[in-house]
Design a protein around this ligand. Sequence first.
Ligand code: 13P
Length: 287
Amino acid sequence: MLVSAKEMLEKARDGKYAVGQFNINNLEWSKAVLQAAQELNSPVILGVSEGAGKYMTGYKTVSAMVKAMIEEMNITVPVALHLDHGSYDGCYKCIEAGFSSIMFDGSHYPIEENVEKTTELVKVCKEKGMSIEAEVGSIGGEEDGVVGMGECADPNECKQVADLGVTMLAAGIGNIHGKYPADWAGLSFETLAAIKDKVGDMPLVLHGGTGIPEDQIKKAISLGVAKINVNTECQLTFAEGTRKYIEAGKDLEGKGFDPRKLLAPGTEAIKTTVKEKMELFGSVGKA
Ligand code: 13P
């Protein structure tokens, strides 16, 4: 059964560890993340971007697939199915499709509009027992080949959005999606501490979990981060596993690749990466 991310994140905040959100793209990805969580007895959040949702033919497919996998794979750890960086319309589609959690990314709207739309979605999520993540201060990353530095959120705006009753808050602290540029200044712990001071108990979310040095991850957790998102690292490890398998060429035998065998090394590689992250975030054994 899917659960809201509320309880797992409050426990993580109190226990000073973080729950990983791993983005999924297909059945293999989902299977790898669920197996890793079950084997390590860790709570987990499956993230679905709007692009991944479209790729998998729509949110209803994703929701039905993940729910069925939880049942068929006998998954007993808490699993939340979460829309990642959702648009306003995307949020409503996922609510309807049976997701247990959404992120409304209103960071590109003026703060008044972000507040207005977030307020409305908070109300709907409360009625449905779902968790909701909001974002303040846009999280940079690669766009058209240009890597933008992550913004630092305004702590007062963070408080304003946290007070709307969201479950968790993603606040920019210099983090970005994808690979970090060589001259990246690192996370701004000064900003993180100032935000924490304003928002109190609100579990904080760190996007861009790929490539942040381990000591910075641990420090961020000690300062109130209770959810960390990882996507790029699983993509890289999946591609590497698949590439090696193709290069080895051993499955050709005149009839092409067996798709199950072809995708197996990449799937195993994702599982290993997810387990490493769960160890680092401290969520092992916390289900
Ligand atoms: P990475 O691309 O750094 O793994 O970040 C993922 C993320 O934050 C998804 O919201």
